[in-house]
Design a protein around this ligand. Structure first.
Ligand SMILES: *[C@@H]1O[C@H](CO)[C@@H](O)[C@H](O)[C@H]1NC(C)=O
Ligand SMILES: *[C@@H]1O[C@H](CO)[C@@H](O)[C@H](O)[C@H]1NC(C)=O
Ligand SMILES: [Zn+2]
Length: 416
């Protein structure tokens, strides 16, 4: 009886909007992992210290970024010292940066000086779909687990163009990705220079600004640092969500993914368990003519990388690796030349860490798209997910320049 009432109250408060989780005095540490023992020690302490992994080192010599609530910081620092970890404090109080990310007053329309909610992004999509109806075709791949439409647009100036497919914000807390890609859409619609006009006119762009709509809404309304979907698949009911970029149907759960529903890297109860992924892949399969997508991009943050297959092994490289690297260099060089920001490139497994069941791996191995990337935007770990809104335009501008270089490089080797 009581539990039923409590459950009812619980559901009711979800409907009204839960209170926002606060991160007062949460700290982010950057920790060097010297050896396998270090790695195992840190992973074994995840639950005890309520560690939230922002970026995970998986090779000796790499560093991890982890966030900790205040009550565990002293004990955790003691442990780090005891086991001779080299570490730095990166962020002293996460909440102050989250506060800086939330506008005091919402303008409601897009001008890329604030982070927008899903409603605001969708209202803007409505607007551009009407205003640029001759070049913008709206599409919806289906609804999310919680019933939100997952919307995208195709921008096409003429028939017969090769296509680039971009999914963004598959990880909820990576707000800079949807901000960047909506800015890029705006650039394509009203090109400000000949390079971008060429991109708009001679390439078709399929763009889903927010793929993980449930997680994104949740990151705005409740937990700013939420990463996964909102699918409740844990039988204990304790943990929610799938890491959608581990849920694709290629080498699912092989490596760099977890079968623990509480892990941030939980691959889901089964392959394509989450509607966001099964509908994405079936949309690509059935609604886009086979062979038209030449480049597939999954936009992420943070770290400043262009990552290609393979994710699952550092011992082998895919057949098209030289082409992948040529085009990645085009992106990275163009951006560096104009803005001085460094993006490293290489395969996931050799450059960052092992991963399987991700979008770019599926795009390459299952769909035969020769140029598939995960692109990790700014920064390199100073503020990570809590980049200030003032950074949106600089990041979006440099990525736009990167795309100009990427397309030019792809043409050099007849990808486009
Ligand atoms: C940490 O380093 C000190 C001094 O180099 C050494 O005595 C100690 O055994 C090390 N502790 C561990 C757990 O490796
Ligand atoms: C999509 O197409 C690929 C082959 O191109 C196939 O292997 C895969 O099963 C299809 N997936 C869905 C969800 O239809
Ligand atoms: Zn990500």
């Amino acid at each position: 009886m009581w539990s039923r009432i409590l459950l009812f109250v619980g559901l009711f408060s979800v409907g009204l909007g839960l209170e926002q989780v606060r991160y007062d005095n949460y700290k982010v540490y950057n920790i060097k992992i010297d050896d396998v023992e270090h790695y195992q020690l840190l992973s074994s302490q995840e639950k005890a210290f309520e560690l939230n992994s922002w970026r995970e080192a998986r090779h000796p010599g790499d560093t991890s970024d982890v966030m900790l609530p205040p009550q565990y910081q002293e004990g955790f620092e003691g442990l780090l010292k005891q086991y001779n970890f080299t570490y730095k404090l990166k962020i002293d109080n996460v909440q102050t940066h989250i506060d800086a990310q939330r506008p005091k007053k919402r303008t409601g329309y897009m001008e890329w000086t604030q982070y927008h909610t899903l409603e605001e992004i969708y209202a803007w999509l409505d607007l551009i779909e009407q205003r640029y109806a001759d070049i913008v075709t709206p599409f919806t791949i289906g609804n999310s687990y919680e019933g939100r439409p997952i919307r995208g647009i195709k921008i096409s100036f003429k028939e017969g163009n090769p296509a680039v497919f971009i999914e963004s914000n598959i990880h909820a807390r990576e707000w800079i990705t949807s901000s960047t890609i909506t800015y890029f859409i705006d650039e394509l619609l009203v090109p400000r220079n000949p390079g971008i006009r060429d991109l708009a006119q001679n390439v078709d762009w399929y763009i889903i600004p927010v793929l993980n709509v449930d997680g994104f809404a949740y990151s705005h309304e409740v937990e700013r640092l939420w990463r996964k979907s909102r699918l409740p698949s844990d039988p204990t009911g304790e943990c929610i969500g799938t890491d959608l970029n581990r849920n694709f149907d290629y080498l699912w759960m092989l490596i760099g993914a977890s079968d623990d529903p509480c892990s941030e890297f939980y691959a889901g109860p089964s392959v394509e368990s989450d509607p966001e992924i099964s509908q994405l892949t079936s949309y690509i399969n059935t609604s886009i003519p086979e062979g038209t997508i030449k480049i597939y991009i999954s936009l992420h943050s943070y770290g400043q990388y262009v990552l290609s297959p393979w994710g699952h092994t550092a011992e082998e490289f895919p057949e098209h690796y030289p082409q992948m690297m040529h085009v990645a260099k085009g992106f990275s060089d163009a951006l560096f030349r104009r803005y001085g920001t460094v993006f490293h490139y290489g395969s996931s497994a050799t450059t960052l860490y092992e991963v399987s069941g991700s979008g770019k791996e599926w795009a390459y191995a299952v769909k035969g798209i020769k140029i598939p990337y995960t692109i990790e935007l700014r920064d390199t770990g100073e503020l990570g997910f809590v980049l200030p809104p003032e950074d949106i335009i600089p990041v979006a501008r440099e990525v736009t320049e990167g795309f100009v270089g990427m397309i030019a490089a792809a043409r050099e080797i007849d990808i486009l």
